[in-house]
Design a protein around this ligand. Sequence first.
Ligand code: SAM
Length: 215
Amino acid sequence: MDLVSEPIERYAEQHTTTPEPLLAELAQETHETLECPQMLTGTVEGRFLELLVYASGAGRVLELGTYSGYSALSMAAGLAPDGRIDTCELDENRAAVARRYIERSSHADRIQIHLGPALETIGRLQGDFDFVFIDADKPNYVNYYEAVLPRLSERGFIAADNTLWSGRVLDEQDDDEGTQAIRAFNEHVESDPRVTSVMLTVRDGVTLIRPKRGS
Ligand SMILES: C[S@@+](CC[C@H](N)C(=O)[O-])C[C@H]1O[C@@H](n2cnc3c(N)ncnc32)[C@H](O)[C@@H]1O
């Protein structure tokens, strides 16, 4: 199911700042050489992430699910001057593509790729996060959420990707593992009294979540 009609998606993309040439090249290589290129966030969501990071002044960003590095590089463009991004990826080949493009960018010293299961990496990383982008394996979404929620800084928040799962969340007959995991995550967040959240129909669904902090 298209969440937003194709002409409207195209119009939105045409009226979003064009990606840097390096990102365009990365998107092209991803489509030509990697499996599942639809996982790449792309122009609209990439700029959306950049602006979230910029507007929040985030200095410490954690990404779960690097893939070929498009979202990490997008977020880096919005980082505070001394900011940095830790990004987690399980697959060596995908991490290698990401590393190659990150090294060619002006953000090479601000993005660190952690190869291995993201939950283990979260456990090893020190300190709090200003912004966490959850975009790795769907069955672990609730685990990622529970692992990072207590680690958010004073004004820290989370963005979780693919929360509309191409509209499959509405199909009660769809008992695919990913669909069930996304549904479970959405219900978990919506019923969590500790947070305030909003589910946006950007691309494949993006949910923004912040702790209530007693207010
Ligand atoms: C949807 S893609 C990420 C897309 C990326 N954020 C972007 O916008 O270009 C999800 C990635 O998570 C990775 N992944 C899956 N399970 C993981 C795990 N347990 N730990 C870390 N990464 C994982 C996959 O290999 C895949 O590259």
